[in-house]
Design a protein around this ligand. Structure first.
Ligand code: HEM
Length: 244
């Protein structure tokens, strides 16, 4: 599919009025960085969005344990993402996107208590692909532009496709933001389209030269790939026969 979600692609797309804006191919140099980044990584996005595990989650056929296992894997990735984010909070590049209002670990802890019970800490462990993903995020403590890539891939995704997952999980498992889908609840941020526009403006304002922009693009593709590997591992256990 061409960069940017087509207007007819998803009924909930109207929630995201900016979803259809995509830079023309061969975007000129003055194209805002947020546009360049989206365009250059949208095919990787489609691999994540179209993965069999994601499809099963969205169509309600994934068992509740599969959803819980995904939340558990998120916990380990976000623990790394937010630990490195705190360490880079004053960095002139990474610090521009590290916004405490996005931090997800407390919400994940609430969700895990609902999904696994009070003893959830003893019942979850990172999968091998999650270990690889978290290790890569930890390496970004020394690569602030690379950190931006990981930050963008997860948080802008949670604010976008994540909202469809929230609806699907609510419907399939009877969960809500009190516990189970708190991870996807960003009500405290106000209008999500407005917040995402502000986030994109932050990306556009980053002082990155062409080589550094390319560095962010490459790391974003890797971030998508690492996410797909986590999904593939989950799909192997919980969505057999639907793997992409
Ligand atoms: C559940 C399946 C998914 C659906 C239905 C979906 C849908 C969408 C839509 C409609 C947008 C455009 C929103 C906008 O421009 O305002 C979007 C953006 C985005 N999604 Fe997804 N997505 C899914 C899964 C994922 C996954 C698994 C990831 C990452 C691991 C991800 C990362 C992103 C990112 C980073 C953006 C922002 C792109 C940009 O505007 O620069 N999405 N998604």
């Amino acid at each position: 599919m061409s960069p940017g979600p087509a207007a007819d692609r998803h009924p909930a797309e109207s929630l995201y009025p900016s979803g259809g804006r995509a830079a023309p191919s061969g975007a000129p140099q003055h194209t805002p960085f947020s546009e360049q980044l989206k365009q250059a990584t949208w095919s990787a996005h489609e691999d994540a969005e179209g993965h069999g595990f994601t499809r099963a989650l969205l169509d309600g056929s994934l068992p509740r344990e599969g959803y819980a296992a995904m939340v558990a894997q998120h916990y380990f990735a976000y623990a790394a993402l937010e630990e490195v984010g705190r360490a880079l909070a004053d960095d002139p590049v990474a610090g521009r996107v590290v916004l405490p209002g996005l931090f997800r670990v407390p919400a994940l802890e609430r969700d895990l208590a609902v999904l696994y019970g009070a003893d959830w800490r003893g019942r979850i462990a990172p999968s091998p692909p999650t270990r690889t993903y978290a290790a890569r995020i930890e390496q970004m403590a020394g690569d602030p532009a690379g950190y931006v890539a990981h930050h963008y891939t997860r948080y802008l995704g949670d604010l976008s496709g994540g909202q469809f997952i929230r609806t699907a999980a609510g419907r399939a498992y009877g969960l809500d933001e009190q516990g189970g889908t708190a991870f996807y609840d960003f009500a405290h941020l106000g209008s999500l389209p407005r917040f995402k526009a502000g986030y994109r403006a932050r990306l556009d304002a980053l002082e990155l030269d062409a080589a550094e922009r390319e560095r962010v693009v490459r790391e974003t593709r890797l971030a998508y790939q690492l996410n797909v590997e986590v999904l593939a591992d989950l799909g192997h256990t919980y969505a057999r026969g639907t793997a992409a």
